[in-house]
Ligand binder design. Structure first.
Ligand SMILES: [Zn+2]
Ligand SMILES: [Zn+2]
Length: 352
């Protein structure tokens, strides 16, 4: 957990109270690390983590859809199925159970405390804890024999890339350019229908992983004096690309992503979370018919879409074995920021 904005990560003994009527207390089995955990977005003190899988340890009296021992995943958005957005079937921005940054449950309170102080949760998940609690509206049951670390990867990282990237290329045979430091875009590509997938990254160590997953071209902008949009235009006959996915959340890269797309229909998609709210995009660039949009969880609907992904993984249609690079112990967790910076680090997970 983290006590304050400039405080280091710390292991603490915390108290997790029994769940209220619509809530579930979960015993975590496995959790993983997503760079969003370390951006400092949530109120403090906070129990971090938003990727993980566990079993229902106890549950509130009003709940009928879950039972003790069920394998479950907490997700940071809900899916009521009946609000105006859910009814469209085209988006995951549920209006009844929205993405919440309050760090509290729906009744405005917390179930966790340490040293006598209430703790905030992270994106209604707080998976870096041996026990956590969640409103059942933000919970999905895992009826699959998938390996637990792989289930954890589906609770943000892989699914975000799969959802964001996996759908768009169906419309296009032209090149895609995820400007990303993440492997998620690589994975999303492999299971999409696109013919071309190109990757922009300053980390050469990611070239091999990209090639293993069918990457067409790799561009390291540190090896040229030209900007990324200039390099991309050069490589596409001056046109730019149909889709460019920005996965790092670095504001300067978002405008580069927009500038790298085709006039008259190119789209830049913001996938990664960042800390800077002030985005500057070239006005003329947008006026030329480009589109910029963002996505949370890659547009994946937790209750409708995740079971389909669980199935694909169980049948090895999607293979997640190749992507786990670091399994660490709970004691190593406070050093996770350093581990994440290592050139060969693709994905970190840990077992409880
Ligand atoms: Zn809804
Ligand atoms: Zn994430």
């Amino acid at each position: 957990m983290r006590w304050g904005p400039d405080e280091p990560l710390k292991l603490e003994e915390i108290t997790v109270n029994p769940p209220k009527a619509s809530e579930v207390r979960i015993k975590l089995l496995y959790a993983s690390v997503c760079h969003t955990d370390l951006l400092g977005l949530q109120r403090k003190p906070v129990v971090l983590g938003h990727e993980g899988v566990g079993v229902v340890e106890s549950l509130g009296s009003d709940l009928t859809g879950f039972k003790i021992g069920d394998v479950v995943v907490p997700i940071y958005i809900g899916e009521c199925g009946s609000c105006n957005n859910c009814k469209t079937g085209k988006m995951n921005m549920c209006m009844v159970y929205p993405f919440a940054l309050t760090g509290l449950l729906l009744d405005g309170t917390s179930r966790m405390s340490a040293r006598g102080k209430p703790l905030f949760n992270f994106f209604s998940c707080s998976t870096w804890s041996e026990y956590n609690f969640v409103d059942a509206s933000y919970l999905v049951r895992v009826d699959s024999a998938m390996e637990h670390p792989h289930v954890s990867f589906l609770t943000c990282w892989f699914s975000t890339g799969y959802g964001a990237l996996g759908r768009k290329p169906i419309l296009s045979r032209d090149p895609l350019w995820p400007s990303s430091a993440w492997a998620l875009s690589v994975l999303g590509f492999k299971y999409s229908l696109s013919n071309h997938y190109n990757r922009v990254d300053v980390n050469e160590a990611k070239r091999g992983l990209g090639e293993a997953f069918g990457m067409t071209r790799f561009l390291n902008p540190n090896k040229s004096d030209k900007s990324v949009p200039e390099l991309i235009q050069e490589m596409t006959g001056g046109m730019g690309v149909d889709y460019c996915f920005e996965c790092t959340g670095v504001i300067a890269l978002v405008s580069q992503a927009v500038d790298s797309t085709k006039p008259g229909g190119g789209m830049a998609v913001v996938v990664g979370a960042g800390t800077d709210n002030d985005l500057h995009v070239n006005f003329i660039t947008l006026l030329m018919g480009r589109t910029m949009k963002g996505t949370i969880f890659g547009g994946i609907k937790p209750r409708s879409d995740l079971p389909v992904l669980f199935d694909k993984c169980e049948r090895k249609e999607i293979q997640l074995d190749q992507i786990e690079s670091h399994e660490i112990s709970l004691e190593e967790l406070p050093n996770v920021e350093e581990i994440l910076k290592q050139a060969d680090c693709v994905k970190i997970s840990f077992k409880f």
